[in-house]
Design a binder for this molecule. Structure first.
Ligand code: BJW
Length: 335
């Protein structure tokens, strides 16, 4: 249940038969400048024909999954980034498997949030909308995002691959947890570490010798070529009017490069992040800008939880009634 920002009465926050318990507070008090920012973005959104979303770990933060960098980017005193490498796996497969086992368990327990559902709804309503996700948690799929409009750039926690050079075993959608009885100790992100011998780690059911590894893309590894080609095909099929950059630090390539590619095509950018760098805000944005002047803008920033902002920002296309009440009524006075 959440509190209706206008009537202050308790109303359910519901979408696709999911009731969201997260209270919506940040949108209750839109300043005139923030309201104009939203209105000009929505006007441009309405006129956009082809839209891309580049999403990262911040999209799933309010579903309770930790991000990689900044607060929460550590796992048992290990930098999450140092575990996401082939070298780390080769040096200590027990450590890396426990990291991934805990994350598989956390992702299975987590629920998609309002932003996952909002993007899934946008895909249903706009055939020329494509989501490029860097996330491996499967939450967009579980929000029923159309699979032909969703590309997983960095693989999936629920894919498994054989590490043997001579074996091509790969399995997708493997949701069993734990993968071995020994990995049951790694079911919580905070569980203490105990060394597991190789015999207790997942082995290939095809060649029976190779160690399995998670089907994710580590540093120094190539992204799946079919996925990169599908993203390239979408971008080269026509001008992308708008790229939504949601909950990503934009520091990992080639994913981060899509933003510049769209800008170079003349497309505009909307950033949804809990922490907007000053350099990212549009500083030539007058306090009470008219909606009609959106044509002058090339970038919008929405600072706050993506799970709150994304459904609101996309309302002109996905509708408003199922996402929120009250704020929507107030917005209607802006347009
Ligand atoms: C919220 C929020 C809330 C929080 N609401 N927001 C060009 C220049 C320099 C280097 C390179 C380059 N090209 C390639 C490289 C090398 C390297 C790279 O990019 N290095 C950089 C670090 C400099 N790239 C690679 O190695 C890639 N491979 C490659 O290029 O191969 C070439 C090749 C070709 C042919 C043959 C062989 C090789 C592979 C990159 C793979 C990245 N993999 C990981 C791990 C995946 C598995 C796993 O999950 O463990 O992917 S690393 C990690 O970073 C993960 C993420 O998908 C990725 C991006 O992170 P993300 O999602 O942005 O998370 P955070 O934590 O960084 O940010 C969260 C954001 O959310 C923050 O901004 C918060 O403020 C925000 N936030 N709460 C809204 N509630």
């Amino acid at each position: 249940m959440t509190v209706d920002p206008v009537s202050r009465s308790a109303v359910p926050y519901q979408f696709d038969n999911h009731v969201f318990p997260t209270p919506s507070t940040q949108l209750e008090t839109l300043t005139p400048s923030a309201a104009a920012n939203l209105a000009t973005f929505q006007a441009y959104l309405r006129s956009s024909k082809r839209i891309l979303a580049l999403v990262g770990a911040g999209l799933s933060a309010s579903s309770g999954l930790p991000t990689f960098r900044g607060a929460g980017g550590l796992w048992r005193n290990h930098d999450a980034m140092e575990l996401a490498t082939p070298e780390a796996f080769s040096n200590d497969p027990s450590l890396v498997w426990q990291f991934y086992s805990a994350r598989r368990a956390a992702a299975l327990r987590a629920m998609p949030n309002k932003a996952h559902y909002a993007l899934a709804e946008l895909a249903k309503r706009m055939p020329e909308f494509l989501t490029l996700t860097q996330n491996v948690d499967g939450l967009s799929t579980r929000a029923n995002h159309l699979p032909n409009q969703l590309l997983h750039l960095h693989g999936s926690l629920f894919s498994l691959k054989c590490t043997s050079f001579y074996c091509d075993f790969q399995e997708d959608n493997h949701f069993t947890h734990p993968l071995t009885p020994e990995l049951a100790i790694a079911s919580e992100i905070s569980a203490p570490y105990t060394h597991i011998p190789q015999s207790g780690l997942p082995h290939c059911p095809k060649c029976h010798t190779g160690l399995l590894r998670p089907g994710v893309v580590w540093f120094g590894e190539a992204l799946p070529w079919r996925v990169v080609k599908a993203a390239d095909d979408f971008i080269s099929a026509g001008k992308v009017d708008l790229i939504l950059v949601i909950g990503t630090s934009g520091t990992v390539y080639p994913a981060a490069g899509y933003v510049d590619r769209i800008r170079m095509q003349g497309g505009k950018v909307a950033v949804f992040n809990i922490d907007i760098d000053d350099s990212e805000s549009e500083d030539d944005f007058p306090e009470m800008e008219s909606e009609r002047s959106y044509a002058n803008r090339t970038k919008w920033t929405f600072e706050g939880d993506a799970a709150e902002w994304v459904p609101v920002a996309l309302e002109p296309i996905i509708g408003r009634s199922r996402f929120r009440r009250g704020v929507a009524e107030r917005d209607s006075t802006l347009v």
